[in-house]
Design a protein around this ligand. Structure first.
Ligand SMILES: [Zn+2]
Length: 581
């Protein structure tokens, strides 16, 4: 760990998790834990919990969990090192200069290489070989100024334009940056070939990845950088580096790179796009840090409408007021600007409709309102939609709007909405009751990658980890009793090893032991485990060790031995009940 552990330990010790979380979430004591509404998913009843003794948080709704560093990473959308810096600044500590993580060094190298690649792509565009690319951009109406502003480029149809053209870097770095692909024999070739290139730039102005578009009909039409040490598709937005400076009050959300660039060129400098995927939670939160309003300017086809519906929900959950722009007469913003001009778009932007109006319109289009059947179905779906509105005034206003559309009395709609609300509340209550009454259902981790193969052993491994977390003496005993290889769950074994190693360095158990070492899914599981109550003590500890050992031996045994083992267990009367899953 390149940031010294001693520093992290002190930082975590000085950053009480309850204080830090309280700056984001209103917490109330309930039993041994504090509870509040989860900042990472949308909910009406609190399932986000913080344990002061163990200095961890865990959400029983969405599964997010970790220590104070993880919390800041998620809440502020930061990487590990930056989250550490953020927390350090909060308590007036300075991160040791030479303490930059290996990964952060590697990341810096990737960023430097990306920048060189972007320069080369851009230079290619204005070389004779890049003629096709440049003509494409001109044909789409882009000026040289815009091309420069976005750093657009051209990747020639060559296997090694980058690999051969950029000197002074290990070849493996091209692979790690996602600029090269390895063939089956391990040889490398350029990922982007024969494509116009769109560099993706983060909030600090670093080139974190690329999108590339072909000029013919070959597939895929758009190719993006893969996820790398420097690039996470779900946490960044195209052109956010420019849009964050825009004085336009609303963020404009478009679907593609070309739409965004056209919008900027036409003066709409707050346009952004997600990166080849649907809008994510993290992106919605990122937007909410800069603007309280968003206008969705997606394509007018069915796919675009579906994507808009989902984006509306995410943005609203992030506290953003959402409107939709009506682009009737064009299929996307790019075409709209070309056909009607920037002023027309500006006019549409100011009169863009609220999303409820929009959704009602979409819904209305689905049914034939001249038939009774169509009206009833419309009424039913509309009521379900209005039931989600939390404001009674809004529900009343739109109920009468629905009544008008369906040709029924307003009271009839209000009744339908009331029924839909009751049903919805009932569903939420029973889901919650199920969670409370039936922890068994929550026994298997949600994330596939950390699923248990041997639930019985894993239960005991969980217990062991809890015992050791709160009792250093047991930690010492565990080392002698049980090597990590005997764990059935890889994740729990990793957590166990981390605790043993920390103990060797004389460090007390804290979430900092796991953070930066486990993947988010793994960390989430370990935090959930630590949240569970544990009577602890030596007797519990020893019985856990026993179960884990037995499970290990059983898994090791060849088939006939398994039979003998079963027999032995029967004769000895050892318990072997299924976990009920
Ligand atoms: Zn949550």
């Amino acid at each position: 760990m390149p940031i010294p552990q001693s520093f992290l330990d002190e930082l975590v010790e000085r950053s009480d998790i309850v204080d830090v979380v309280s700056e984001y979430v209103e917490l109330k004591q309930k039993g041994t834990n504090l509870f509040g509404l989860c900042p990472f998913h949308s909910e009406k009843t609190p399932s986000f919990s913080v344990n002061r003794d163990r200095q961890i948080f865990h959400c029983f709704g969405c599964g997010e969990g970790g220590g104070v560093i993880t919390f800041i990473m998620k809440a502020e959308n930061l990487g590990f090192v930056d989250a550490v810096k953020h927390l350090a600044a909060r308590v007036g500590m300075t991160v040791p200069e030479d303490g930059d993580a290996d990964t952060s060094k590697r990341r810096a190298q990737v960023l430097t290489l990306n920048k060189e690649a972007a320069r080369r792509f851009h230079a290619n565009l204005y070389s004779p070989g890049g003629r096709r690319g440049l003509e494409y951009f001109y044909s789409r109406g882009l000026t040289d100024r815009t091309i420069r502003r976005f750093g657009l480029g051209w990747a020639p149809d060559s296997w090694d334009d980058l690999l051969g053209g950029i000197k002074g870097y290990e070849k493996s770095l091209f692979l790690e940056a996602g600029l090269a692909v390895a063939n089956r024999k391990g040889g490398l070739y350029d990922r982007f070939r024969g494509r116009v290139m769109f560099p993706i730039i983060d909030l600090r102005g670093e080139v974190i990845g690329f999108g590339g578009r072909v000029l013919d009909d070959s597939q895929p039409k758009y190719l993006n950088s893969p996820e790398t040490i420097a690039f996470s598709k779900s946490r960044n937005l195209f052109a956010m580096n420019l849009a964050k400076k825009s004085t336009y009050p609303a963020m404009i959300l478009a679907e593609g790179y070309m739409d965004v660039i056209s919008l900027h060129q036409a003066g709409f400098s707050s346009a952004v796009a997600s990166l080849g995927t649907a809008l994510t939670d993290a992106q919605a939160r990122l937007i909410s840090r800069y603007k309280q309003e968003a206008v969705i300017a997606y394509d007018m086809d069915a796919a675009g409408r579906g994507a808009a519906e989902r984006a509306i929900k995410l943005l609203e959950d992030a506290g953003i007021k959402v409107k939709l722009i009506d682009m009737a007469g064009a299929k996307d913003p790019d075409e709209f600007i070309k056909r009607f001009g920037a002023d027309a778009l500006s006019a549409r932007l100011t009169q863009s409709e609220g999303h409820i109006e929009y959704r009602l319109g979409t819904l209305r289009g689905k049914y034939d309102l001249s038939s009774d059947e169509g009206r009833i179905s419309f009424l039913h779906d509309a009521a379900e939609m209005l039931a989600e509105l939390s404001s009674p005034a809004e529900r009343a206003v739109y109920s009468s709007r629905v009544a008008e559309l369906a040709g029924v009395r307003a009271e009839a709609v209000a009744d339908e909405v009331a029924i839909a609300r009751k049903k919805k509340a009932g569903k939420e209550r029973s889901a919650e009751r199920r969670r409370e009454l039936n922890p068994v259902a929550a026994m298997q981790p949600k994330e596939r990658e950390v699923r248990y193969s041997d639930t019985k052993s894993a239960r005991a491994e969980e217990g062991l980890i809890r015992c050791m977390y709160s009792d250093g003496e047991l930690l010492r005993k565990a080392r002698e009793a049980l090597p990590p290889e005997q764990f059935s769950s890889e994740t729990l074994a990793k957590a166990y090893s981390a605790m043993l190693e920390a103990a060797d360095e004389g460090r007390a158990p804290s979430p900092a032991i796991f953070e930066g070492r486990l993947t988010p899914a793994e960390l989430s599981l370990v935090m959930k485990v630590l949240m569970d109550p544990e009577p602890g003590g030596e007797a519990a500890f020893l019985s856990y060790v026993e179960v884990v050992r037995a499970g290990y031996e059983q898994r090791q045994a060849p088939d006939d031995l398994v039979e003998r083992w079963q027999k032995l267990k029967k004769t000895k009367g050892w318990e072997d009940k299924e976990d009920g899953e």
